[in-house]
Ligand binder design. Structure first.
Ligand code: PMP
Length: 357
């Protein structure tokens, strides 16, 4: 008899970006750059290192389990009542808490595919069934097909906008129609991990789209634009009753003391965050334009990465990049996601792409 659930064999493994020193050693290059995990390349925001250093003196005490100061701060910044906010150990943990709070065995979770690779892992591990709706030919969510896929067993639908890994974002009228069609009995999670990089005015702010819709949950993170990927803080905004239910399944004390302090300091540095995001967005335009000289099928991206729909050539392209000291993220048989880095890092990628495409 297996000691753990046999159905876990069907769960794909979460694959993280490779370590630059390992790749440099394997490829025989002096240094490798990592453009594989959608991080912003400019280091911690001002004030974060000091806040972490201060917080470390209190590590023998448990953190505030209700994360009150951070929820109040986020509430002020985003005009959301703090009782609607839940904070978690990264937004990926919150995505799992949402599903855990919503599904019973056999219930269904609808999402676009390809999308964030944690969705199938979370769905299966919570005992629910994944209903994957193929992206359109333009690598975007097919919201009408997703609404068609909703049944009486559907408890959660994820809308990932901008979508990881394709970078496409949903437009306001399409989202409104989707929410109208799905109705009030399905929790719709608008996963906006890359919201700060959006420049297309047609792309709605999920927090605004959620107004007056108690079934809509908005998921945000401090990992990407705010530069705290290694500290692990995410948050969600939901109807107070939904937020309360989710809090019941959150692992106690999951946002540690150091992380709460770092998040508050990062939020104090919003001007600098915006400046860095602007640099990334400028570089995104430059890199996408340059890559489109090589391939015309790169979709528009509103995130800090771009998608190369290379199909069966994905793994080979990624291996070729690694040989040239650039770590990108292949999705075998489908495509390659490339994070926008510093101008020098992007130049290195463009040189590799020029050789390989
Ligand atoms: N949602 C999406 C769409 C993501 O791409 C990611 C990170 N890859 C997350 C959520 C989770 O981010 P974190 O747990 O670092 O907040």
């Amino acid at each position: 008899m297996p000691l753990t659930r046999p159905d876990l064999d069907t769960i794909p493994r979460y694959v993280a970006g490779k370590n630059p020193s390992d790749v440099a050693r394997e490829s025989g290059v002096a240094e490798a750059v990592k453009l594989a995990s959608n991080e912003v390349p400019y280091g911690p925001l001002p004030g974060v290192v000091e806040a972490v250093a201060d917080a470390v003196s209190n590590t023998h005490r448990y953190p505030d389990p209700a994360v009150v100061a951070l929820r109040n701060r986020l509430g002020e910044r985003y005009d959301v009542a703090p009782d609607r906010i839940v904070s978690g150990c990264g937004s990926v943990a919150l995505a799992e808490h949402i599903v855990r709070a919503a599904v019973l065995p056999g219930d269904e979770v609808v999402y676009s595919w390809r999308s964030f690779e944690a969705y199938p892992i979370i769905t299966t591990s919570c005992g629910a069934t994944s209903v994957q709706v193929p992206n359109t030919g333009a690598h975007a969510h097919d919201l009408d097909a997703m609404a068609d896929a909703v049944t009486e067993r559907t408890k959660v639908a994820f809308v990932c906008t901008p979508n990881n890994p394709t970078g496409t974002a949903v437009h306001a009228d399409d989202l409104e129609r989707f929410l109208d069609r799905v109705g009030p009995d399905v929790l719709v999670v608008i996963d906006e991990a890359y919201r700060e990089f959006v420049r297309d005015p047609e792309v709605p702010d999920g927090l605004a789209a959620a107004k007056g819709r108690p079934n809509v949950v908005v998921l945000r993170t401090l990992s990407k634009a705010w530069g705290l990927a290694g500290i692990r803080v995410g948050w969600l905004a939901a109807d107070p009753s939904v937020a309360d239910a989710i809090r019941k399944v959150v692992t106690p004390f999951s946002v540690n003391h150091v992380a709460q302090a770092a998040a508050l300091a990062a939020l104090d540095a919003e001007d600098e965050m915006n400046r860095r995001v602007d640099l990334v967005v400028d570089e995104r335009t430059r890199v996408v334009n340059a890559v489109r000289e090589l391939r015309t099928d790169v979709p528009d991206t509103q995130a800090n990465f771009l998608w190369l729909p290379l199909g069966d050539d994905a793994a080979e392209f990624a291996a070729g990049c690694e040989k040239r000291g650039v770590i990108v993220r292949p999705f075998a048989g489908d495509g390659v996601r490339v994070t926008i880095g510093t101008p020098a890092e992007n130049d290195l990628f463009l040189r590799a792409a020029g050789d390989l495409l």
